[in-house]
Each structure stands twice: as structure tokens, then as C-alpha cells.
Design a protein around this ligand. Sequence first.
Ligand code: ADP
Length: 404
Amino acid sequence: MTSPTRVLVLNSGSSSVKYQLLDMRDRSRLAVGLVERIGEQTSRLKHTCVTGGDTREQNGPIADHDAALKAVAQELARDGLGLDSPELAAIGHRVVHGGMFFTEPTLIDEGVLTEIERLIPVAPLHNPANLTGIRTARGMRPDLPQVAVFDTAFHTTMPEPAARYAIDPKIADRHRIRRYGFHGTSHAYVSRETARLLGKDPSEVNVIVLHLGNGASASAVEGGRCVDTSMGLTPLEGLVMGTRSGDLDPAVIFHLERVGGMSTDEIDTLLNKRSGLFGLCGDNDMREIRRRVDEGDEEARLAFDIYIHRLKKYIGAYYAVLGRVDAVAFTAGVGENAAPVREAAVAGLEGLGLAVDAGLNGARGDDPRLISPEDARVKVAVVPTDEELEIATQTYALVEKNSR
Ligand code: ADP
């Protein structure tokens, strides 16, 4: 019998499950879907069978992750792609926080689950939901290899000077406070794809990756290894994001507490959910912000300029960290689609060898592409990210290795 080649990728959030079923022979998608608002009366499951070109929707209460995954399994079974299929090789789970412990994709057993659970204090919003998804999937197919792919893993190569905050190491170590970084699966995939676009091996190139979605982070990748990234203990540090402030003087928090009379939870909500582009101008969608900028809206203009200023500072910082830069790669919703952001982020950086060609930058496309002038010293690229494909690839590689 030929060995199974399909991988189901599960990304379990606190009230949602995103999933994709891929066939690793040709890395094609067989089915994709999303369950949202789990636990509410208005839950929704949207399932697309890619091979059949058919999309179905279910509306109505889905009580918990267990019920959600059962509903997903039923939908897959209707397309002949059920979880009991002998062609299913493994399930790959996205896990947000792997701490220092998990440096690579890991086959899940009870010990691994305990370790992910131990990391809940540093990832209270994400790891519990990830764990629930894993436990439910294991309950449904206890015999199947299940693999955890961590958002933090790619960043565990960061050297200590980049990973540590300048605070007493004893206090930092006691509370596991350090810069972990996130979006690692995307940074890994995009930095590799950028090397491929340049016709080089990842070990030969230095890349600055700008992952600009609703969450946003930058990383400095030297010869395929991450040496710095902009998110820290949590995904709040670094760039200006859709609703997160990114970097600020930590004393702002004491000030808001002492002078502003706000509680810790209120400040947490302010900085994570009501800041960034949204806090600055009331919109967090870059399309809407650009529309307002084009209409002469001053508030939106200032929000855009603050976003770009921070981005530019990180490009400069990571240029210095790397010493030599071969490419700057833009990815995720904003990075892949917003030409004005790319143009503004590198404007004035000609002295560093960075520029975009207006025609190439304005052209649309789904494939990785260069947007810098032909003779540019540093290439500027748009490289669409694909975290699900990367999770499936890493999951399948581990299962293949173990079966040899
Ligand atoms: P996340 O995965 O962090 O939720 P995405 O990578 O999907 O986010 O990015 C979503 C964001 O991408 C949207 O909030 C919007 O700001 C931006 N975006 C999507 N399409 C466009 C576009 N055509 N032009 C400008 N911005 C876009």
C-alpha cells in the first residue's frame, strides 16, 4: 500500500477553528473552511471542497470545540475526505507559544501537551484554545500522528542580546520574560521563498521580512536563521498594527494607572484592542485608511504616517543588525496588497540601496515577485505568505522522517 499523503491543518482560536486539508504530493488544497463564533447562538461553519468547487454554510449554535471539530469532520466526510480516510497522514496544529522549549515541529504526546499547558501564563489568550483543538482532534483520531507547529519556533535562534530585555536576569528568568517573537511560520516560509526568488539557497542570503497583516511584525533573517524580530514576550511589541500600539515607553502604563486611573485590564484592552491604526483614526483596515487619505482626511493621514515611520525605523534597525541585506520582503494582507505602504516604507532609503519601481510596485499578482529596479543593490520583493502550507509541509516532513 502507498503511504498516506494528506495533512489536515488546524488553527484553533478561542472562538474559531480554521482548517485546510492538503495533499502533499503536489501541495494542493482539497478542502478549506472556518468555524466561527463557537459557543454563541450565531455560530457559522463555512466549508469549501476545492476539488468539487462547492461551498456550503451551516448557521446555528455550535457549543464548543468538540462540536466544531465533529461538524468539520462531517463536512469533510460528505466530500469523501473524512478523518477516517486511510489517505490522511497526520494532523498539523498551529500552536502560538512554544516558549524556549519547542524549537521545531513536535510530535504530540502527553508530555508535549503538559509543556504547552505550562506556557499558558505567557500566552493566556492563545495556548488554551490551541490545546482544546489538539485534545479534541486526538480524541477523534488517537491513532494518527499529530504535530504541533509553533509560531515562536523560528525565532528561537535569536542570540541572547536580541532575545533579552535589559532587566534583572533573575527576575526575567523566574517569570520567563524574554523576547519570543511570533508569526514565525510566516517569517520562515517567506524568507525561504525570497531566497528562492533570488535564485539562491536560504543559507546565502540576508532578508528583512515585513509581515504586515492585522497583526504585524518584522524579522531579520541571516542565512536562513532568525537573528531578531519585532514582537516580544507577547505580540504587542514592535510595529504599529491594526489595533495594537506596538512599541511604547513602558512608563505610559504606570502613567495611565497612576494619573489616568485605569486598571491593568483596561490598559491591556486599550493597548491590544483599541490602539494602533484603529486607535489613531477609528479604522484598522488599510484599504479604508488609504481611501480616507486620498480624500484628504488628516486623521487618517497621520495614522498612516505613524505606521510608516515605525516601519521605516525597523527596516533601518534590521539593516544595522544584519550588516548586509540582500532583500526586503513584504508579506500578509497589507504587505501583499498595499502598494502605497511599500512605496512609503522605502522612500528616502536610496542611500541604503533600497528603492521600488513604481510600475512593478503598482502591478498586481499572486506569485512572489520583485518590485525593485533591475539594478537595485538590495532587492525589494512581494512574497505572499502561506502559513497553512508551511504547517502542512513541516508536519508531513516530520511524519515522513519518523516512518523511515
Ligand atoms: P491577519 O491574518 O493578521 O488577520 P491578514 O494578513 O489577512 O491579517 O491582513 C488583513 C489586513 O490586510 C486587513 O485588515 C487590511 O488592512 C489589509 N488588506 C487586505 N487587502 C488589502 C488591500 N487590497 N489593500 C490594502 N490593504 C489590504
